[in-house]
Design a protein around this ligand. Structure first.
Ligand code: ZN
Length: 148
């Protein structure tokens, strides 16, 4: 079997990191993510394309301020419009998590196509979860949140 046909697999440290990030989420959001991940990994095509990973769940106010600076007073593109304490990532347990994909090459992808496919599975798992890609205006495609 050629290497590119093998699904991406998390290393032991990566698995521990994923479990730690998932544990930061409110139970209903974590459950929705896990159900969607299970469906993704159960799909013979999707599982070969990339493995969903949580890149960030809880975020300190200090870290949020660093992200807010990006694209304003620090280099890089604008990734958020929320200052420290304003984001749904800034509470613990967190009501928001960000997703990307580990590719078979070992690279991390924020493909809008993959994120929209994963978002469909998350919303099917729990209709209360909102996807940042559905927002009017600024689209935050890696972002999922469950707020009441
Ligand atoms: Zn987010």
């Amino acid at each position: 079997m050629p290497a590119e046909r093998a699904p991406p697999v998390l290393s032991a440290p990566q698995k521990m990191l994923q479990a730690a990030r998932l544990a930061q989420a409110v139970p209903a959001l974590a459950a929705g993510y896990v159900r969607a991940l299970g469906r993704w990994q159960g799909d013979p095509v999707l599982r070969l394309v990339g493995r969903p990973i949580i890149t960030e769940c809880y975020r300190s106010a200090k870290r949020q301020d660093e992200l807010y600076a990006q694209g304003r007073t620090a280099p890089g593109p604008i990734v958020t419009y929320k200052r420290g304490g304003e984001s749904n990532h800034n509470v613990l347990p967190s009501v928001a998590l960000d997703v990307a994909f580990l590719l078979p090459s070992g690279e991390v992808s924020w493909s809008g196509l993959l994120l929209s496919k994963f978002a469909r599975l998350v919303k099917a798992a729990d209709a209360r979860v909102h996807w940042g890609g559905d927002w009017p205006g600024f689209k935050d495609r890696p972002h999922f949140e469950l707020v009441r």
